[in-house]
Design a protein around this ligand. Structure first.
Ligand code: FAQ
Length: 320
């Protein structure tokens, strides 16, 4: 294809995006659009799968049967989200096994937030409230992203994330209205998860390398900073209702802008965690590697079963 033909195709592609027409797997798309989506969708899928680990740590220690059932269901939903997202990446030509190996080899990113430890039961409440709260804030915009399979997967994911957020907030509410010791646990969890939750939205708009192009292609509809501000504005009244306070001495309501002003984010910490040097990065990858190695026989058995089924079907077709 000549450069001019590619330029024409790109122009037509952008016009379709501007007209809010969804891109589907068999449509022509610029190679960079395809690669950007594979990068973002696979990072998101990896985040869901790695995100099961900090919570999985508390399934056997949940304080009641009801809490255990809800947490099990939540962690199971996260596995499901990972699977829808890997499937969406496959529609773009990515191979699932390669995506997994990129994660295990440290080549692919996943959300910084899952590299922090869950030290107490209150952390499960804080994750549901803050981490799922931040995830929804970002993911509601993704239900309207320009790539059809990703947008459709996000609709179901957002419904489930909303249940996750509520179960987390309910845990925080129970602790905050409980004994002094329980309230202190809830406050301690908020202290530790607040800033990492704000970091989840990614670098500031000025430092965000992909935002401009992704907004033009309507993969992203809102910038990292816009979503972060929206999250702060929604979450502070929820913290007030709990009678807890966020660990930010600069936080204050700004009458003029109609938003909360908040203090500076420690971007050195963010990049340290993203680059593999957070408190739990090594443990997380080690756990995923172990699961991959121990699951080898399951993958092999599933492949052998699929092969047998295919052969049986071919035999039946021949004899018909
Ligand atoms: N952690 O140019 P930008 C969840 C990287 S799901 C690590 O702004 P972009 C559910 C970024 O990849 C949570 N890396 O990038 C759950 C890029 O690096 P690259 C995950 C980060 O893509 C809840 C570089 O920095 N959600 O929580 C992070 O335009 C509870 C420059 O950044 C999604 O993945 C970070 N926080 O915007 C599960 C949603 N932020 O690739 C269990 C989909 C940025 O060039 C329990 N993703 N980076 O090497 C997105 O919306 C976007 O990818 C952003 C980043 C907004 C995350």
């Amino acid at each position: 294809m000549s450069d001019q033909q590619i330029l024409n195709l790109e122009e037509r592609f952008q016009q379709r995006i501007d007209a809010e027409i969804k891109v589907e797997p068999k449509d022509w798309m610029p190679e960079k659009y395809r690669k950007t989506l594979i990068r973002q969708i696979s990072q998101h899928a990896h985040s869901e799968i790695v995100g099961m680990l900090p919570e999985g740590n508390w399934i056997s220690r949940a304080p009641s049967l009801r809490r255990k059932v809800a947490l099990l269901a939540k962690v199971q939903d996260e596995a499901g989200h990972g699977l829808y997202l890997y499937s969406a990446a496959e529609t773009l030509g990515a191979e699932r096994d390669q995506l997994t190996r990129d994660l295990l080899d440290g080549k692919a990113k996943y959300s910084s937030i899952f590299n922090y430890p869950t030290l107490s039961w209150a952390d499960i409440g804080a994750i549901g409230w803050l981490v799922d709260g931040a995830a929804i804030m970002n993911q509601v915009m993704l239900t309207r992203n320009s790539y059809g399979p990703y947008a459709r997967a996000m609709v179901k994911i957002c419904k489930e994330e909303s249940f996750h957020q509520r179960q987390g907030y309910e845990i925080m509410l129970t602790l905050a209205k409980g004994t002094e010791e329980q309230k202190a646990m809830a406050q301690d969890a908020l202290n530790r998860w607040w800033w990492p939750s704000l970091m989840m939205f990614g670098p500031s708009d000025a430092e965000s390398t992909h935002s401009a192009q992704s907004m033009k292609w309507k993969i992203k509809r809102k910038s990292n900073d816009e979503l972060r501000q929206q999250f702060v504005d929604v979450t502070i009244p929820q913290a007030d209702f709990l009678g807890l306070s966020v660990p930010d001495k600069d936080l204050k309501w700004n009458e003029e802008s109609g938003h909360y002003d908040f203090g500076p984010i420690d971007w050195d910490e963010f990049w340290r965690v993203v680059k593999g040097n957070g408190p739990c990065n090594r443990d997380r990858i080690k756990a995923r590697r172990k699961a991959y190695d121990e699951g080898k026989w399951v993958r092999e058995a599933a492949m052998a079963h699929a092969e047998k089924k295919k052969e049986r079907k071919a035999k039946l077709a021949k004899s018909a």
